[in-house]
Design a protein around this ligand. Sequence first.
Ligand code: FA5
Ligand code: MG
Length: 429
Amino acid sequence: MVISSVHATLFARTSFFCQSNGLRSFRLCLPFSSSAASVSSDNLSRKKWRQPVLSVLDLGGVKISREDVMRDDPTNNVPDNIFSKLGMQLHRRDQHPLGILKNAIYEYFDTNYSNNFNKFDDLCPIVSVKQNFDDVLVPKDHVSRSYNDTYYIDPQTVLRCHTSAHQAELLRSGYTHFLVTGDVYRRDSIDSTHYPVFHQMEGFRVFAPEEWEASGMDATLYSATDLKKCLEGLARHLFGAVEMRWVDTYFPFTNPSFELEIYFKEKWLEVLGCGVTEQEILKSNGKTNNVAWAFGLGLERLAMVLFDIPDIRLFWSNDERFTSQFSKGQLGVKFKPFSKYPPCYKDMSFWINESFTENNLCEVVRGIAGDLVEEVQLIDNFTNKKGITSHCYRIAYRSMERSLTDEEINDLQWKVREQVQSKLNVVLR
Ligand code: FA5
Ligand code: MG
């Protein structure tokens, strides 16, 4: 029997209690430091995409050192492989699928809204818990706040887990139409459509009373209708004539809330979440007599479909056989796989304890195997008569770029087994 792991949408449900304590305040970020104009990355050559080995990174104009982000302390859960992604800014490379997609979305908004939307793509990804959660009304006991789901630098500071973290400050600064693109970070499961760092684009539009009053509709309906029209138009701009559907959902920051799904390759694919902004967010940020809509879309998910990219790890590849296939302004060129190296599967069974979580397991595996791990899947799960539960996970190792040797894989698996025991305190079977 194969039990596939469930990928919960971070903001779609409320569950579990998690503590939030206040130890030490840590404020690295200037509220925001990018200009409203998008920055061209023409001068970045294709081959020089590796993060420079610098002791200090410049994140949206904020100077950050490794010690600012990673500390050996239980209130910090940022691993090396995540630190190494900071400052990469794939979405600002005009020849990268994510940059090409971002620019195509910009084009849609510029054309349809006469350049009214202000664009931000260089806001610092290190934000306060207040920005990431409180300002957008995420309940104190929401699962997304837990150390199991979010990367914490300290109890008050996180790597943003969504671009909604910037809504409040931009509103307060007086912006009424804006797009925010950025890298976001989530502890998550491992498979071809989930990666702990991915990219989102947030859209936000505020309406003044004259706008809905003239329509005869009530403010919320007016806003929801406009939102759907805008996003259906965007989907057609990107995909051409596609079948799409709206699904009602829940987000703490919008009401009503929707997800847009697109029918592609015989499946419904969730591409974005959106809704009519909660009045409380507008009121707290100086918009007392307005209504607004917001959306957050996953750039990798859209790009995988548009460019036929089969695995989310490929976005991070420096292999020229990947990077050379995309050019500035070329939306929807289909990716031709340059190789199909076989995966190698290794199974591992252990008795879990109360604190075991799949995200923690995935962090251990990712920490050792990096991008050589393709999938971690629960394939068996049972509880014995004493009430102790056993899990069997199947780990798929595969490089996108070369064949792996048996020796290399055995070595990785050996290290995984060792660390799963020592770090997660489970008993291997
Ligand atoms: C959010 O992050 C909300 N902030 C979106 C939003 C904004 C709603 C404004 C309302 C108003 P969600 O967790 O569903 O929602 O993520 C949004 C999108 O990000 C998803 O639709 C999906 O396309 C993408 N996504 C989510 N998790 C991952 C992941 N691990 N890897 C790649 N893409 C992901
Ligand atoms: Mg979702």
